[in-house]
Write a protein that binds this ligand. Structure first.
Ligand code: PMP
Ligand code: GLN
Length: 386
């Protein structure tokens, strides 16, 4: 261990997304690993950013975010999720959901507080919780349905529980939690007087006419939920790193104290363009969902035809395949897949700390048809090689 390093980071491996994208470049592989779309995102949203770069100030915007964006965020969530948010007191703009998460965990966890985490979990969560001094308590969700069960919550919660970190829809399992599961989480939060940080970056990327239910909308949760969103996912512009945080004023006050010393602000032209994009009508969001839903079906069908077991995907850019029949773990399988067959994926074990799930590989279907078809063809080679 490096003597200068904080123990949480000293022995931490590089994030699996960076590793797999590098391997994909090295091997000329089709990158179905890290989650980003093939396309450029909506032309008009990018044009709005370009215009704003020329016409609005490029100096520091207000620390809480441009008023135009905060107003647009509140209006957006009123229209799409029925939330009633005060744009001045309950909405803050961050540099991506990642900053929002880091800031919320820094601001809300006191050393020794217990934090309930649901695995599989996004790989940033655990190091950030630990760095903030939190003591993780895991709820392990099992394939293929990844449901939240009362007994598991009862085991994870204690009188020291301070915070619950939930991701819905869930990356990597592509689960959209049924309302019954959310109600269980809410009941435990109320009973234990815990704050819920709910990472809802995938809220618009859900399929088959499902509806996203924000945890904040459940009884008793309005005052104890920090809701996190990301324009990167809403507009298929993952490099933009414009996020938003919504919370009741007493929580927001402390969240803003962390944010002011993390990034303080986010590029103003991107904020302006996101404000424009959030006012788009329902048809835009439906077209995006329908397109991604078709891509999901195309990849799922191609893989099933090759004999793979494909797990259900209700949302996100991802589906998982079960590779148990290949006689190797998910990490070894992914290494072989990228090096020898030219397709990058993500081993789902990277999202587990405790549960021993090593038979799933996550693949990103947010790609054009030609990319998906080429990947399926290469995977046919893998199946034949055995
Ligand atoms: N949370 C989850 C669950 C994610 O999947 C991602 C990125 N895909 C993020 C947070 C990070 O979002 P951002 O790029 O806005 O920081
Ligand atoms: N969230 C993206 C994914 O799940 C990756 C983001 C990143 O690389 N940090 O693929």
């Amino acid at each position: 261990m490096d003597r200068f390093a904080h123990p949480v980071f000293a022995d931490l491996p590089e994030t699996v997304f960076e590793t797999m994208s590098r391997l994909a470049r090295q091997h000329g592989a089709i990158n179905l690993g890290q989650g980003f779309p093939d396309g450029q995102g909506p032309d008009d949203v990018r044009a709005a950013a370009a215009r704003a770069l020329e016409s609005v100030s490029n100096q520091y915007p207000p620390m809480m975010g441009l008023p135009s964006l905060r107003t647009a965020v509140a209006a957006h969530y009123r229209a799409h999720q029925g939330l009633d948010l005060d744009p001045e007191r309950e909405v803050m703009v961050t540099s991506g959901a990642t900053e929002a998460l880091a800031g919320a965990l820094m601001a809300l966890i006191r050393p020794g507080d217990e934090v309930v985490l649901f695995e599989p979990m996004y790989d940033a969560y655990l190091p950030l919780v630990r760095r903030a001094g939190g003591v993780p308590r895991f709820v392990t969700l099992k394939p293929p349905h990844f449901r939240i069960e009362e007994a598991a919550l009862a085991e994870a919660f204690s009188e020291r529980t301070r915070l619950v970190l939930l991701n819905n829809p869930l990356n990597p399992s592509a689960t959209v939690f049924p309302e019954a599961d959310l109600a269980l989480v809410a009941a435990f939060c109320r009973r234990h007087d815990a704050v819920a940080v709910c990472d809802e970056v995938w809220e618009h990327v859900i399929f088959d006419r499902r509806r996203h239910v924000p945890l904040m909308a459940l009884p008793g949760m309005r005052e104890r939920t920090v809701k996190i969103g990301s324009a990167g996912k809403i507009f298929s512009l993952t490099g933009w790193k414009v996020g938003f945080v919504m919370a009741a004023e007493p929580l927001m006050r402390v969240l803003s104290r962390a944010h002011q010393f993390l990034t303080f602000t986010t590029p103003p032209n991107l904020q302006e363009a996101v404000a424009y994009g959030l006012t788009k009508d329902d048809a835009f969001f439906e077209t995006m969902r329908d397109g991604l839903g078709r891509s999901r079906d195309r990849l799922a069908r191609g893989l099933s035809d090759l004999g793979f077991t494909v797990l259900p995907s209700a949302g996100t850019y991802f589906l998982s395949i079960d590779i148990a029949g290949f006689g190797e773990g998910d990490s070894a399988f992914c290494e072989r897949m990228v090096r020898e067959h030219g397709v990058a994926g993500i081993p789902v074990s990277a999202f587990y700390e405790r549960g021993d799930v090593t038979n799933l590989v996550r693949l990103c279907f947010a790609k054009n048809d030609a990319t998906l078809d080429a990947a399926i063809e290469r995977l046919a080679g893998l199946v034949h090689a055995g």
